[in-house]
Design a protein around this ligand. Structure first.
Ligand SMILES: NC(=O)c1ccc[n+]([C@@H]2O[C@H](COP(=O)([O-])OP(=O)(O)OC[C@H]3O[C@@H](n4cnc5c(N)ncnc54)[C@H](O)[C@@H]3O)[C@@H](O)[C@H]2O)c1
Length: 265
């Protein structure tokens, strides 16, 4: 099916976002739709992603499709990429955004199950996504892959072993993909984005640790951040918008820190 083009910074781009029903995915979806993209919004939570697509379509009619998608499953990737490419008429941007944190666990209390879950959802999914999307991305070039890592992929913290390791893996694997694509002259770029604490449901455990008070949790989390606040979802979405657009046509294999200056210290 062909979708009517709309103007904007990503006009005509056909964008698949995983984990779209979460805080960052939702901000990216509304922003990219406003800027002219058509969207395949995917999430393991079928109800919430269908609701998001409905709300995006109220803003920009006909711009969003929703798919149930477990990024840990290769069968799901094959099915969803085929369906999305058919619905959008191709695929020019893949945003690997789905991710999970685990329970905080020091090494002697950590478990194989925790590592396996974070490895499959945070890191292996990026390989599966690239593998299955690349035939479509190459056909629609100039194309872009944007991988959502974390500041935790660049700087470690006690008790966050699996998250640190999987997000660091996303950072490095992004460079592998960028170099493979450049070597093959596919005109497909690949970059990673590294947010610090951003106001989304992924911070719920920190709110629980602050006695259920979101303001207290935000104030505590902001203590190490030079700009003295945690981030808003749009702070990340603007970076993803740039990397999805052809404005970033000379940018590949790079990491973008959205951290209020935290790692400048
Ligand atoms: N919010 C932050 O502070 C922050 C900081 C750094 C990095 N990140 C990263 O940003 C990305 C988005 O996080 P968010 O803040 O929007 O969190 P979120 O918890 O609001 O959203 C994550 C989404 O991923 C989905 N998901 C979980 N497992 C999945 C699976 N197996 N398959 C498909 N979807 C799955 C969830 O249903 C949810 O909608 C994640 O990769 C996260 O690690 C977030």
């Amino acid at each position: 099916m062909s979708v009517k083009p709309r103007p904007g910074r990503v006009a005509g781009k056909k964008v698949l976002i995983t984990g779209a029903a979460g805080g960052l995915g939702e901000a990216m979806a509304f922003m990219m739709a406003r800027e002219g993209a058509t969207l395949a919004l995917t999430d393991i939570d079928e109800t919430r992603v269908a609701d998001l697509a409905w709300r995006v379509n109220v803003q920009t009619p006909g711009s969003a499709f929703a798919y149930a998608h477990d990024v840990a499953s290769e069968d799901d990737w094959a099915r969803v990429i085929d369906a999305a490419a058919a619905d959008l008429g191709g695929l020019s941007v893949l945003v690997n955004n789905a991710g999970v944190g685990g329970p905080l666990a020091f090494v002697e209390q950590d478990t194989v199950e925790n590592w396996q879950r974070q490895y499959e959802i945070n890191l292996r999914s990026v390989m599966l996504g690239a593998k299955h999307a690349l035939p479509h991305l190459r056909a629609a070039a100039p194309a872009s892959i944007v991988n959502i890592s974390s500041i935790a992929g660049l700087a470690a913290a006690p008790g966050m072993g699996a998250y640190n390791a999987t997000k660091a893996g996303v950072w490095m694997y992004t460079k592998t993909l960028a170099l493979e694509a450049a070597k093959a002259d596919w005109n497909v770029r690949c970059n990673s984005v590294h947010p610090v604490f951003i106001k989304t449901p992924i911070l719920d455990p920190f709110i629980a640790m602050a006695g259920g008070d979101p303001d207290k949790a935000a104030e505590r989390l902001a203590r190490g951040i030079p700009l003295k606040r945690i981030g808003e979802p749009d702070d990340v979405a603007y970076c993803v918008l740039y990397l999805a657009s052809d404005e970033s046509k000379f940018v590949t294999g790079s990491e973008f820190k959205i951290d209020g200056g935290m790692t400048a210290q």
